[in-house]
Design a protein around this ligand. Structure first.
Ligand code: PRP
Length: 211
């Protein structure tokens, strides 16, 4: 059995479609239910839905052989897994955003609210900007509105959340998309199967991200 962790939600559904098109399908998964695990015995596949930010934990610890998660999670948590393929789904950007009229005073630390402290710290260090990180778990966009922070570092996909909260992008930090990842031991033991899956998911001209 190849155990596959997929992120619950729209990205997971798009990902499953790609798996199915490549012949790695499990029709039961499309039935409306609250079940979280699905097997295709014939093809030796077991899929399970997990919270998107937990996929890399299942894969790193070997509860899943492979999984799909955002590059944001890989950069933030640096799980010890192989990154095999850029699936070109869930395309978005990690950005610094703030109120349109925010004036940056370079003489003091920039207060940055974010769910991604490691990505933020690395970015501001790379440009030599002193910051004060305010780690939040959600609704980041309200932090500058309430004066909790000067700016936010967060994911921007359509830009709708920023617009509706009167914020705008100030800097683009890194492009993000969904990646196929593998547990390191599974990659050795189930090598041919995992490579077959990765090749099936690769689009012509798609980027193989495994060195
Ligand atoms: C992300 C991000 C923004 C929103 C951006 O949140 O934190 O709030 O998406 O998308 P947009 O540019 O299309 O408006 P997500 O939906 O992943 O939820 P979360 O905050 O619970 O992680």
């Amino acid at each position: 059995m190849l155990n596959i962790a997929l992120p619950k939600g729209r990205l997971g559904e798009q990902t499953y479609e790609k798996f199915a098109q490549a012949g790695f399908d499990c029709p039961q998964i499309l039935e409306k239910s609250r079940k979280l695990t699905f097997e295709n015995q014939e093809k030796g596949l077991r899929f399970f839905w997990v919270k998107p930010s937990d996929v890399s934990i299942y894969v790193e610890r070997g509860a899943a052989d492979i999984g799909v998660c955002g590059k944001d999670i890989l950069l933030e948590y640096e799980p010890d897994v192989y990154e095999l393929l850029d699936l070109r789904l869930g395309i978005c950007r990690m950005c610094e955003a703030g109120l349109a009229d925010f004036y940056e005073d370079g003489s003091r630390a920039l207060r940055v609210a974010t769910k991604f402290p490691r990505i933020s710290a690395a970015y501001y260090e790379s440009i030599g900007r002193e910051i004060d990180i305010i780690k939040l778990n959600g609704s980041i966009e309200i932090a500058p509105l309430l004066g909790l922070s000067d700016v936010i570092v967060d994911i921007v996909e359509t830009g709708k959340t920023l617009r509706e909260n009167k914020l705008c992008v100030r800097k683009e930090i890194v492009p993000i998309s969904a990646r196929l990842i593998a547990n390191k031991v599974s990659f050795a033991f189930l090598h041919d199967e995992i490579i077959r899956l990765r090749d099936g998911l690769s689009e012509p001209g798609g980027k193989d991200t495994h060195d």
